[in-house]
Design a protein around this ligand. Sequence first.
Ligand SMILES: Cc1ncc(COP(=O)(O)O)c(C=O)c1O
Length: 417
Amino acid sequence: CWILFRCVLTPPASPRRGHAAVADARAILESELEGIRVAGTWKGERIITSKQGPRINVDGSRGTILNFCANNYLGLSSHPEVVQAGVDALNTYGAGLSSVRFICGTQDLHKELERRLAEFHEREDCILYASCFDANAGLFEVLLGPEDAVLSDELNHASIIDGIRLCRAKRLRYKHMSLEDLEARLQEAQSSRMRLVVTDGVFSMDGDVAPLEGICALAERYGALVFIDECHATGFLGARGRGTDELLGVMDRVHIVNSTLGKALGGAAGGYTVGPKPLIDLLRQRSRPYLFSNSLPPPVVGSALRALELLLASSHIAQSMAAKTMRFRDQMTEAGFTIAGSAHPICPVMLGDARLASLMADDMLKLGVYVVGFSFPVVPKGKARIRVQISAAHSDQDIDRCVEAFIQTGRKHGVVA
Ligand SMILES: Cc1ncc(COP(=O)(O)O)c(C=O)c1O
């Protein structure tokens, strides 16, 4: 009877049905792709055939192109000592561990970097991840249960949004950088066991800095913990480059920090969480991206360690980046452009129209300057922009050439007189 039942309900295996399923899936995917093309939000990949740096080869360019769109804030990703440290680690420790950390993927090198990062951020302990995306994906699920609440800025990075989706806490979003709205959400969360306020230290599309003093004051009033993502701050914001919390004088009032090794700290890859020891211990026991993904390759760890040493030994790198940022911002403002944010090396040249941003970026490349236009859904509708990122490795002449190219393309498109 059971066999008869299965024969009736289960269609027989047939290669034709299999082919049809594949064809159907392909048609669905093609239609999705067409939707992206039609919406004008297609993201291409330009091919770089040189090291990362202020001058790169793009899409087979004959000469080098001036590069203003990497997160290489301190210019360390191709620094000879950072590269050499990677080579040395490769020779001593091999290409990789073929293992997650808790099986046989922890070398003394990993422990050394964790120790130094905890010290750098003046927090009790540190745990490394393969990326900051993973650090954000792994944190909230471990820290917060259904009886807790998480209060998140509406413009937080995608990895924070995804990480929060994975946790079972009550989720409350507050308006971008609005202390008033955060306070309303904190009141809503008063009956929760634990409250966590979550914000980017610096928001990557605008270069604006979170109002951490106000956030910490509210968190203290309502008994909440504070988390910040410092990907666009670690290594260069604050008097000693500790980040937004140092810049705003709240290092001892922010409880948990996630950041990346993939930007100012050498630019290779990797992320981490620093915070109280019991949290880091629990992450080592329960955080899924940590438990179920290979440990960071030794050359990446070696390079990050050297980058950290370099920035600790030479505060002038961050100062030089800050001076070039101001040079760019001042000249562009004088030329009539609107630059969002204040003093951060993320300099969004506001254009409004998506097509204009894309056309201007293409024209800039023809003039030998590589910048990228951003439009909806990456930024709000009507707020398209070209995001320029300044690096300590740029020379003053590089900055001036970039401004010149903006003026030329801006005049062509009627953006400036
Ligand atoms: C604010 C922020 N958080 C997290 C990440 C992810 O960092 P990673 O590249 O180390 O995964 C990024 C990367 O762009 C970011 O800008």
